[in-house]
Each structure stands twice: as C-alpha cells, then as structure tokens.
Ligand binder design. Sequence first.
Ligand SMILES: [Zn+2]
Length: 400
Amino acid sequence: MIGRSASAPYPSTSNSSRPNSSGPNAPTQNPTAPPSVRPGRPAPSALPAPTGAPSRSAAARRTECLAQLAFGTDHLRAERRTACPWCGGTRLRTRLRTGDLLGRRPGRFALDDCAACGHRFLNPPLARSGWDFYVRDFPVRGPEADRFGRLLTPAGTLRSRARSLLPYGEPEAWLDVETGTARLPVAAREVFPYTALDGVGVAGIRAALASGRIDAGFRGRLPALAPGLAGRYDALSMFHHLEQCPDPRAELRAARTVLRPGGHLVIECADPASLSGRLLGRWWAAHLQPRRQRLLPAAALCAELETLGFTVLATGRREAHIPCDLAAALALALAPLLPRDRAPWRRWIPSRAQLRLRKALLAATAPLISLARCADHLLAPLLARTPFANSYRIVARRGA
Ligand SMILES: [Zn+2]
C-alpha cells in the first residue's frame, strides 16, 4: 500500500480509491510493493538504507572525508575507457577538462565525446568509492549550492514540464523519478488535480511526503524499486535524471517495468549538441562536475527507447530549454573567487571573519546573478528555437 499525505485530495489511503482508478487499466495492489515513506510515522525497518549523506557529526564527517583524500583522488576514479559506454565506438575526443567548480573538492575531470553517437561522458568515470565520495557522502551544500539549484529549475520550466503530458490525456498515477523536494509534482497538481502524484528518490522523499507535496514516496533508486512497483503507473517522468544516475539503461528498463502498457514516459536531458555547451564550456551548467556523468544525444536515447518497446511520440527542444545558462555560468565563474565555505573536504576551517565575508560577497553578487537571469529569460524565446537550446524532451508510450 502506498503512503499518502494528509493533505492529498483523496479521502482514502488505498490506491483503489483514487479518482479514475476503477477502470480496467487501474493499477492493482502489488503485495511485493516496496515500503513507502509515510508522514507522521517512524520508518519501517524494511525501508531501504538511506542513500543520502549519513547523519553524523561534522567532525566525524570531516575526519572521514580527509581520510579519503589522504592518498589523493586517483583511487576515486575507475580505469579510463577506450570505448564509448553507450555504443562501443572507439573514436573518442576529450571535449573539456574541469574541476569541481561549485564544491571546490579536489580532483580533475575530463569529458570525452564519442564521434560515432555523440555521447559525452566522464572519462575516466568515477569508481564506486568516487561515487560515494563525490555524490553520496559529501554532497555540496549551502546557500551557494541552493542558489545554483534554483537557477536550474525556474518556475516557468516546472510549469512546462507539468504540462508535457497534457496532449496525452489525464494520467491516473504519475511517478516522478528523483523528485527531490517535489517541485515538479506540485506544479503537475495544478494541471492534473485528480492525478495521484508520487515520487521516488534517494533524498528528500520523507520531507516531500510530510509536506503533502507528493501522495506517496519511495526511497531508493528506481531500478531497485521497480519490481515492487510493476505496472502501477501510467505516467513516469525523468527530468535531467539520466545525466546523473549510475546506469541510464537500467533506469529505462525500470521505467518500462513500472509503467503499464500504454503508459507515458517523459524524459528531459541536457543536449550535448547544444551550441551553448560549446560556447560556455566548463561554465555550462550541464557540464558541472563531478555530478553530471554523461550527456546522451536525443537520437541515441530514442533508439534505445524503441529497442525497449516504446513508441516515441514527440521530441523537441523548444519546450525543454531552461533559461539559466548565463546566470548559471556566472555563478560558476564567481564560485572560485569567493572565500571558501566550511566543508568536510577542507583541511583548514575558515574563520568567522572569512565566513562573514563570504556571506556578504554572496549577497553582493546576487544582483549580478539576477541580471544574468533576466537576460536568460529575455533571450529564451529566441534561443529555444535555435541550436543554442540547452535541453531536449522526449515523450514515449510503452507498448504492450
Ligand atoms: Zn558512442
């Protein structure tokens, strides 16, 4: 049974009580469904282990982090690939080299382009220990990261995403993958007030459910949870998720499992062919390292979906363009100039004066960021129609 928030528009806690859920295509109760997070109740012991940063003291986190870095960063990387992990092509060219611009963690990262399929990927990739270090255990936090995150998901973009399935009818149950703070379900509720809006992710699910932003939440990664959610949804969204997950093909297979026949999948990804990426280089938000593991070309993704039995109904760049490139680039360019924040990977703890100066400079740069943001929004109607569009959207329908 799926957990439901008290503020959800449905009086019952059962799936079968959802409006529109009594038809022949209604989701059925699955006894193997993974446990969901429920508001106001302690987590069942069967919940997947938390995959966000574990709660421990700042001193312990710092000690652990510095121990990881004591032998450099080479052990955080796997072997360099000599072939494209998507198509197997061997004609690779390094597109750019960069560092962790936002978190300023140690390490250099290279993005390679595959000449055969256009796939851009981190090479060498992160090892498992590197994934844990850079993504799971020591994520970048703080006001600077929050500001950057807000730039990437302006309200207009969320509304556009919420309306992406409007031409295909009203879904009964929509699962948003890596929903985070569930801003997308909130926007989707404005468009589809009678749709059950659920979320899955490794962080933020409990808070999203407690706040009533989602009707049910599942903590963990979709490939692991999919068998228990098989055939439960008729809509599933992955907005800029495939760039950051460990295995995009596993995510697509899991999406097929979770969707009912005829269900719709909507995907948005940063476009490696965008001229904005070529122009802005390491300052392009989609090139942010080490978080972005890959940029998949739209054609390759469509071909993979067809292989999995999906029918691609629509592809486009105009609606998917995010008006953020200039503001995000400015934020990334300013980040290394600010005094360093307190972080577990820093050997020296900044003084109070340094932290106060950092806070003041962050506030002082806010008007500049706002100006760049205005320019992004003014230029968006033009850029979205040109090769400078930074993202693409695919809508596909699952076959029988
Ligand atoms: Zn390739």
